[in-house]
Design a protein around this ligand. Structure first.
Ligand code: ADP
Ligand code: 5GP
Length: 192
């Protein structure tokens, strides 16, 4: 029989370095999958159904909501997004290692639905000052958006104790080393 898969759930206040760390992990472990959510938004550029997202119409999405087919779902800027139970169940049954990059609300919903299959990782910045600097340096957000992200960061950090592993991203190398240790301890990878 196949080993069960694992759901690696990453949450972090925006700007903490979650995407950077996930990209390092995906480069070193190309077999890890990135979770595919369902959405009602239109595909962008070369996006394909079943690759970046499962693209659904609003009616299809709402029907699945009513039928209880989502682990969690949310409306973001007028489009609906959600994690499908069927997708997660199949991933676990087929022994896949799937990375979830979700906000705290989504992460905790996944933990509640699949308590035995998750590895919950919260990435946090060394300080709010450093977080602010990183968001400014990244240069993707306006002053107002950065202010909003910083306020939301405080709310998200209150939930970090719900995550089994809290990794501080001060030096990127040290944080990545921590992450590799966590995944070895969880027997997801063999550290050599
Ligand atoms: P998130 O996905 O959590 O929003 P990013 O991965 O986009 O965060 O990182 C935010 C910014 O901080 C990026 O410009 C990234 O290059 C930078 N960054 C990430 N980790 C570190 C680190 N340890 N030290 C300094 N800068 C970092
Ligand atoms: P985009 O349209 O840029 O791909 O994603 C927009 C937003 O939707 C991002 O903040 C992303 O994290 C969020 N998102 C994508 N998939 C899901 C999901 O399955 N559940 C939730 N709650 N949010 C999602």
């Amino acid at each position: 029989m196949l080993n069960k898969g694992k759901l690696i759930v990453f949450s972090a206040p925006s700007g903490s370095g979650k995407t950077t760390l996930i990209n390092m992990l995906r480069k070193d472990y190309p077999d890890f999958e990135f979770s595919i959510s369902a959405t009602t938004r239109e595909p962008r550029g070369k996006e394909k159904n079943g690759v970046e997202y499962f693209f659904l119409s609003a009616d299809e999405f709402n029907k699945k909501v009513n039928d209880g087919e989502f682990v969690e779902h949310k409306t973001v800027y007028g489009n609906m997004y959600g994690t499908l139970k069927q997708y997660v169940d199949d991933s676990i049954a087929e022994g896949r290692i799937v990375i979830f990059d979700v906000d705290v609300q989504g992460g905790l919903a996944i933990k509640e639905a699949y308590p035995d299959d998750v590895v919950m990782i919260f990435i946090y910045p060394p300080s709010m000052e450093i977080l602010k600097n990183r968001l400014e340096l990244r240069g993707t957000d306006s002053k107002e958006t950065i202010e909003k992200r910083l306020n939301f960061a405080k709310i998200e950090m209150e939930k970090m104790k719900e995550y089994s592993y809290n990794i501080e991203n001060d030096s990127l190398e040290a944080a990545y080393g921590e992450l590799i240790k966590v995944l070895s301890a969880e027997k997801i990878i063999n550290k050599i």
